[in-house]
Design a binder for this molecule. Structure first.
Ligand SMILES: [Zn+2]
Length: 121
C-alpha cells in the first residue's frame, strides 16, 4: 500500500513511512525534522563546503563530531539517548552535530522497531 509523505508528497510504501506528530513522512523528510539543517550554523556550512571541494571529509570533523563518528564506528549503530549519556552531549548538541554529519554523508539515521538508530552513511 502506498501513502504520501506529508511534507514532500513523495509516494512511499506504508511500512517505510515514519510517523511524527500524527503525520507520515518519508525517511528524508523525517530525518530533516529530527535534525533541521541550520543555515546559520557556520560549522555545518563550512564542513559541507570543505567536503564538496573534495577534501577528506573525516579530516574536517570537529573533535566532538569525531567522537560521535568513532562511537558509532565501534558499535556499528547507536541511539541518540545512548550517545547523549556516554559522550556527555546535550540533545541539542547531538542534533546539531548529526545534522552536519548527515550533510557530509558520514552518518545517517535508520529506523529499527520504534527506535531511531544512527549508523555510518
Ligand atoms: Zn518526504
Amino acid at each position: 500500500m502506498l501513502i504520501q509523505c506529508t511534507r514532500c508528497g513523495k509516494e512511499i510504501e506504508k511500512q517505510q513511512g515514519y510517523e511524527h506528530q500524527g503525520k507520515t513522512f518519508c525517511e528524508d523528510c523525517y530525518m530533516d525534522l529530527l535534525s533541521p539543517p541550520k543555515a546559520c550554523d557556520p560549522w555545518a556550512v563550512h564542513s559541507a563546503q570543505t567536503f564538496l571541494k573534495g577534501k577528506d571529509k573525516f579530516s574536517t570533523l570537529t573533535p566532538q563530531q569525531s567522537k560521535i563518528v568513532n562511537y558509532i564506528k565501534e558499535r556499528g549503530e547507536a541511539t541518540a539517548e545512548e550517545m547523549i549519556k556516554n559522550l556527555n552531549l546535550t540533545e541539542e548538541e547531538l542534533r546539531r552535530e548529526f545534522a552536519s554529519l548527515r550533510h557530509m554523508e558520514i552518518l545517517r539515521g535508520t529506523k529499527k522497531g520504534d527506535k531511531i538508530l544512527y549508523i555510518l552513511f
